[in-house]
Write a protein that binds this ligand. Structure first.
Ligand code: FAD
Ligand code: ZN
Length: 486
């Protein structure tokens, strides 16, 4: 594996004296206050919130400018020191976590937190990598514009991390993922040069698209220090509903109906299984099911309208009535106030968090062609049962994007460690079903450490070879996020 190759190359080149001198110089670049060597103070940067991945670091560095990032990379490249870029540390595949041997440096972009410019008329803004997604949304809103990307982790995740993982979330259906919302980037290369690609053009066909190469590269090709992002008009109104449905085919039917009646105004179509919502109402304080009876499936729908006058809500009402007539929806509630809308969204956004107290969970973030979701769930359910009888799928996600968060919860009462030891056979089984339906083993979270082996199973040797050539061309010494992706 090239990850291992990069690691060994790094060790070979690391003359200990040179390495130590380089670390001292790197600390000097950011200043003592922003170079963290104490393991206790490093702790928040060394493990992710679920505790699935943890590592050690020679240093945690918090540069305050693009120039400092460039200086750090020039030194690291010379001394062959592995750099692990980190934003909000909310990634779910271990991409932002350093290795266990303590040889790598964590580079936190959190202090690059300036909104450099908002151009409401041009529909663009330029923000630095450490701006949180929520702050980017707020900057757009102050200019009476919309930055539509929205994830449950938006209060913590940062634009650099969002772009490095090409994040998706709940608004992809209408506005696309992070890639679709990005016009330009500023990137520091592995050898410490600054590429100013902060263009704000909608059209630009001038050769290879370097921007799209860096987006989704999970910190393995360059450090994103700023981005030019697309802004949209804010909808005048949105209407949100939670619907209960009798089976997964009804979810598919409701989606087709919602697309037909909602058109471009259909801005979210999220689905959750009964068990998912049970975990939410059991483990997340202040949440409750706002419907009369539990049902096998739930859908959270949002319609938006560019004009005021109650159009979004009226369309939603008609749509749900039609769905009820056809037997597709058994019950539904439309939020009457902003607080009610937020409460409905909270049910969906708590789905990840609600699993932790219940026990061990083997995570899958997969996509299949939308119409094949019911087929996927049926086949995956059988595959799970073969690997671990009694395991409980926690099924939810972005139905309209064909993106299922298919997390498999341990059987009640089983030892957590014994269940998590089944990670590999379980993932193999689920991913084989995905592949048989022409899907993807990572719809939005990326590869990181978690899916490195699986990537090799599903990409053709040619695709892997081309990816490795790109990596070698942009990061000759293998210093950028070693051990991730490959
Ligand atoms: P980090 O976790 O810090 O890093 C992620 C990756 O990007 C790592 O490989 C890291 O090395 C690299 N990286 C970070 N910053 C930079 C940079 N400046 N330059 C180069 N590389 C960099 N993801 C979705 O796509 N959709 C969802 O709906 C979604 N929901 C989530 C819900 C919850 C509750 C949680 C905890 C996570 C969710 N995620 C989701 C995953 C995660 O929040 C996103 O992937 C997010 O984009 C990561 O941003 P971050 O700043 O936390 O990045
Ligand atoms: Zn998601």
């Amino acid at each position: 594996m090239s990850g291992t190759r990069a690691d060994s190359r790094q060790t070979m080149a690391a003359d200990p004296g040179m390495r130590e001198r380089a670390l001292v110089r790197m600390a000097e670049v950011v200043g003592a206050a922003h170079a963290i060597a104490d393991p206790d103070a490093q702790m928040p940067y060394l493990r992710e919130l679920r505790g699935l991945y943890a590592g050690k670091a020679a240093l945690v560095l918090r540069p305050g400018s693009t120039r400092e990032v460039a200086q750090l990379l020039a030194i690291a490249n010379e001394a062959h020191i592995g750099i692990v870029p980190q934003g909000g540390n909310t990634g779910l595949v271990g991409g932002q976590t350093p290795s266990a041997d303590g040889s790598q440096v964590v580079l936190s972009l959190a202090r690059l937190a300036r909104v450099r410019a908002v151009n409401a008329a041009g529909g663009t803004m330029i923000v630095e990598a450490g701006v949180t997604l929520a702050d980017a949304q707020a900057a757009a809103e102050r200019a009476e514009r919309l930055f539509p990307l929205s994830l449950a982790s938006e209060a913590s995740c940062q634009i650099g991390g969002v772009l490095a993982t090409n994040a998706g979330g709940v608004a992809v259906l209408a506005y696309g993922n992070a890639r679709a919302l990005t016009l330009g980037l500023e990137v520091v290369t592995a050898d410490g040069q600054v590429w100013d690609g902060l263009r704000t053009l909608k059209k630009d066909n001038t050769g290879y698209d370097l921007r799209d190469l860096f987006i989704g590269s999970e910190g393995t090709l360059g450090i994103i220090t700023a981005a030019a992002l697309k802004l949209y008009p804010r909808p005048a109104e949105t209407a949100v509903a939670l619907a209960a449905l009798p089976d997964i085919d009804a979810v598919a039917a409701l989606f087709r109906l919602a697309e037909a009646r909602g058109h471009a105004g259909l801005t979210a179509f999220e689905f959750m299984s009964r068990f998912t919502l049970e975990l939410v109402t059991k483990h997340i304080p202040g949440t409750r099911l706002p419907l009369r009876e539990p049902a096998p499936w739930y859908v959270l729908l949002e319609l938006s309208s560019p004009e005021p006058g109650g159009m979004a809500e009226a369309t939603l009402q008609r749509l749900l009535a039609e769905a009820a007539e056809r037997g597709v929806v058994s019950d539904a509630v439309i939020a009457a106030t902003l607080a009610q809308a937020q409460a409905l969204w909270r049910l969906r956004e708590s789905a990840s968090e609600a699993q932790r107290p219940e026990g061990g969970s083997i995570k899958h973030d997969v996509s299949v062609p939308v119409a094949r979701i019911p087929q996927f769930l049926a086949a995956a359910g059988m595959a799970v049962e073969r690997v671990c009888p009694g395991a409980r799928p926690v099924t939810f996600g972005h139905y309209g994007d064909g993106n299922v968060h298919y997390n498999v919860m341990q059987p009640a009462g089983m030892d957590k460690g014994a269940f998590l030891a089944l990670w590999e056979p379980m993932s193999h089984a689920v991913h084989d079903v995905v592949a048989s339906l022409s899907g993807s083993i990572s719809a939005e979270h990326g590869i990181g450490q978690m899916k490195r082996q699986e990537l090799l199973r599903f990409k053709s040797p040619l695709e892997i070879a081309l990816m490795r050539k790109i990596k070698a061309a942009l990061d000759r010494n293998g210093i950028l996020n070693p051990g991730k992706l490959f």
